[in-house]
Write a protein that binds this ligand. Structure first.
Ligand SMILES: Cc1ncc(C[n+]2csc(CCOP(=O)(O)OP(=O)(O)O)c2C)c(N)n1
Ligand SMILES: [Mg+2]
Length: 827
């Protein structure tokens, strides 16, 4: 009986492995054997660097605040072979990857070896300005494709990125010479507990997505513990039901060889039957544990007895943890065997903390090796002291050989893969829809309907999407003209059968609306992918997503995720507030204006009138496209308070409440004020003692209250706030600038309120949380009566509801009276 190799590295079990798939598909010219040797050396270095990066951050950098810095050595070690194989051999420049958040150190180590990350960033892992804890498109310098951090979202992102790629590809909008790539998620197995993953899976199936790989690091451990055994059978089936190919990588070459020995099948069966918890515990306890259990369960089989006798403790441990996810050749074989575009899920068995003393322990998620363990690990890997950051120190192969291999890594062939796209021209102004009375939602639909009729680049690049509320958010006119996107042309059956409908529902690759199922998470991740099209694929899209305003909260983490990645899109929340009256509290939004104010990367507007909306939309199409090289037509150099030159995404909170439209011409000054956040609809007299401030659909009540008030308080003003968010952002930014020495830094909110008497009262009101406008009192020290909605809405008509929640004309006048009384008392 042959003895298993002493050092169970892949090199010694290569002979039986001569996969044609691997040799055929691999772009590297290096002979297979040599390549495996190189990759296994690099894997060792990646394991070292990722582990050391975390160690350095926790043990060698001075902690000024006594906080543990953290980092995930076990989660990283789980993926080093998979990521080594992918980045150094399998991936191509056009591929895009979402890396499991807590494998960030592995990603940074790989980019370091590829020359795309500097050592300072590694040294400063998790420190200010250093490599980020979780891969970040916006904060890391080493070409992160998709940010991750909130588990599950990066996974879904790959599916929608593939949809975005198809959208461009099928319209011939991918820049010349750019091949479609694979969208690859490196997934922690516990990420599959996140519901959004299944929402994305189902949506992906509907859209027949392709070129998506999900590589699951199946270490059977999450943060708290070991995951349930029965889960994977189910997940396997689920993927297959959704049309995915499932490739399970369970056993490495060593175990495969052991299974071929006498009684080897019994060993396989034993491992197959071994509960996840026991397996993990034995990984941690090591040889003694394996021997005890294998002897008790299989000791009567001569083949197993021989095996246990032959193997040293180290050999036995290596054999029993030789899961396929750590076996480079098995991994490469699997990846390279896929040559078509069918979505593929690789279930890769791994050990969390592989090769580390933390391996397998259920509490290892946040576990860190202590300095003694680290020293022993360093010795074992042969990394000389003082050369911890040297890319090739301690490896057996010559640095030149390794460097030359790295220079030819296909993934790195084109350098940084951040693209730029040409600016899509936006007309100076979008025309305001005709009509004396309409809601902002209707105006939105009509403005888009007008654009849909045009033959312009703007019309070509707008893509709309909605989670099953396309018609009820007034996208109908747009969709009727521009059609629904589908990879396969599909007839509108109702139309073909001559059933009368206002809505055309034909689908084709030319369509410009992506219809989604109801899942709001998918909406925001779709916007995230479409809104990064310029950077990921080199073609600018102008995505607009619509949903009912309260359901923003359903997809809030995904919205935050989209903004965190600096995706550019317009999200339209409509209808909003209790103005949706009869629909009741379950559909009425209260807190969304505060979301608009607090969400970074999102300029939020709540216009009342169609002309305001037309202006804001036109501005938004330009704002979406801004960056340092295209600072936008409104950006004034030297006034950085609003960060307008950097651009961002835009949130429009709209309403179904029809309002009488003002008959006015919007001049340049008014335009600027609408975009900056507010204007005096009725300017106050100099030294006025009172002003009513409103936002959005409540405009008629605010106006009526002002009319009634002005008879008794001549000179009172009526301030229309189109964007509490921008007024607020500019106010705080200007204050920061003043502190930094810019004495001239002023803000629009301050200028607006300047005419009022210093002790004037402000009555603020909106169909949303009162805190949205209440802060205005702090700008110049005015006393505020803040009206708004603080409690869940309910069914009713607008009159009943506005009265009940205290935002009707009477409530506004009562607040005005209170403000005047308060002022008189202080005088
Ligand atoms: C939405 C969200 N909830 C919770 C967390 C905290 N968290 C980080 S990793 C993790 C478990 C990860 O387990 P798994 O995906 O299996 O990765 P492993 O560490 O085992 O590789 C949790 C709960 C998070 N990052 N995101
Ligand atoms: Mg896990």
């Amino acid at each position: 009986m042959t003895r298993l190799p002493a050092v169970l590295l892949p090199r010694l079990v290569l002979e039986p492995f001569m996969s044609t798939a691997l040799t055929k598909a691999s772009a590297s010219a290096a002979p297979l054997q040599e390549k495996l040797e190189l990759l296994s050396e690099l894997e060792r270095k990646v394991l070292w660097l990722s582990t050391w990066t975390i160690h350095q951050a926790n043990h060698l950098r001075n902690s000024r605040d006594g906080l543990k810095v953290g980092g995930h050595q076990a989660s990283s070690a789980s993926m080093t072979a998979l990521m080594t194989a992918l980045y150094f051999d399998v991936l191509r420049p056009e591929d895009r990857i979402a890396v499991k958040p807590h494998a960030s150190p592995v990603f940074h180590a790989i980019q370091y070896l590829l020359g795309n990350q500097d050592v300072e960033a590694l040294r400063n892992f998790r420190a200010f300005g250093g490599a980020q804890s979780y891969p970040s498109r916006t904060k890391d310098k080493d070409d992160v494709d998709f940010s991750t951090g909130s588990v599950g979202l990066g996974v879904a992102m790959t599916s929608f990125a593939s949809l975005a790629q198809d959208y461009l590809d099928m319209k011939g909008l991918l820049p010349a010479g750019r091949e479609p790539g694979r969208m690859v998620a490196l997934v922690g197995d516990a990420e599959l507990d996140e519901g959004n993953v299944y929402e994305a899976l189902l949506e992906g199936w509907k859209h027949d997505v392709r070129n998506v790989w999900w590589v699951i690091d199946y270490n059977r451990q999450s943060l708290d513990s070991v995951v349930t055994d029965r889960l994977f059978g189910q997940i396997d089936q689920l993927f297959q039901t959704m049309g995915w190919r499932v490739v399970t990588l369970k056993y490495g070459k060593l175990l495969q060889a052991a299974f071929k020995r006498p009684d080897g099948e019994a060993l396989r069966q034993w491992i197959d039957d071994c509960p996840n918890s026991l397996y993990s515990a034995l990984v941690f306890t090591g040889a003694s544990g394996w021997r005890k259990h294998l002897t008790a369960d299989l000791g009567d089989l001569p083949g197993i007895r021989d095996l246990l006798e032959e193997l040293s403790d180290l050999e036995l441990e290596r054999l029993m943890t030789n899961l396929a996810g750590h076996d480079l050749e098995t991994v490469l074989e699997a990846f390279h065997s896929i040559e078509d575009d069918q979505p593929t899920c690789f279930i890769c068995y791994t050990v969390k903390g592989y090769q580390l003393p933390l391996a397998g322990h259920k509490d290892n998620h946040a576990g860190l090796m202590n300095p003694d363990q680290m020293a022993e690990f360093q010795r074992r890997l042969g990394v000389p002291e003082g050369k911890e950051w040297e890319p090739f120190a301690g490896l057996k192969l010559e640095p030149e050989q390794l460097q030359s291999f790295l220079r030819n890594v296909p993934f790195n062939a084109k350098g940084r893969r951040r693209y730029r796209a040409d600016y899509v021209p936006v007309p100076e102004e979008l025309p305001r829809p005709e009509g004396h009375r309409m809601s902002t939602q209707e105006a939105f639909g009509r403005i888009l309907g007008d654009i849909a009729r045009q033959d312009s680049l703007l019309a070509e690049r707008i893509v709309t999407t909605s989670p099953d509320v396309t018609v009820s958010t007034n996208l109908g006119a747009w969709v009727n003209r521009r059609g629904i996107f589908d990879r396969h042309p599909r007839e509108d059956i109702f139309r073909a059968e001559k059933v009368v409908s206002a809505q055309r529902w034909a689908m084709s690759p030319e369509g410009q609306h992506v219809e989604l199922g109801i899942a709001e998470n998918n909406l925001f991740i779709a916007l995230s992918a479409l809104g990064l099209s310029h950077s990921l694929f080199g073609t600018r899209l102008l995505p607009i997503g619509t949903l009912y305003d309260p359901f923003i909260q359903r997809g809030l983490d995904s919205l935050n995720y989209a903004c965190y990645q600096d995706a550019r899109f317009i999200v339209v929340g409509t209808p909003s507030g209790i103005s949706l009256a009869p629909e009741g509290g379950a559909h009425q939004s209260v807190g969304t204006p505060l979301i608009g104010m607090s969400q970074d990367g999102l300029a939020a507007f709540e216009p009342a009138y169609a002309d305001e909306l037309a202006l804001i939309l036109g501005w938004a199409f330009d704002y979406l496209q801004r960056d340092s090289e295209h600072p936008g037509r409104d950006a004034v150099p030297g006034t950085p308070w609003l960060r307008d030159e950097e651009g961002g995404s835009v949130y429009l909170r709209l309403s179904t409440r029809p309002l009488d439209q003002p008959d006015r011409n919007v001049d340049a000054s008014l335009r600027e004020q609408i975009i900056t956040g507010g204007y005096w609809l009725r300017p106050p007299a100099e030294g006025a003692e009172l002003a009513i401030v409103y936002s959005g659909a409540i405009a008629p009540e605010a106006s009526a209250a002002w009319e009634a008030l002005v008879e008794e308080v001549p000179g009172a003003g009526l301030l229309a706030v189109t964007s509490a968010e921008r007024l607020n952002a500019e106010w705080t930014a200007a204050a920061r600038a003043r502190k930094a020495g810019r004495a001239d830094a002023a803000c629009h909110a301050d200028r607006l309120l300047a005419p009022l008497a210093p002790d004037a009262g402000l009555v603020t009101v909106l169909d949303g949380h009162p805190a949205t406008l209440g802060w205005l009192g702090s700008v110049r020290g005015h006393r505020v009566q803040a009206l708004g909605v603080e409690h869940f809405g309910q069914s009713g008509d607008i009159r009943d509801l506005y009265r009940h929640y205290g935002i009707d004309q009477d409530a506004i006048l009562d607040a005005c009276a209170a403000a005047l009384v308060q002022r008189a008392r202080r005088a």
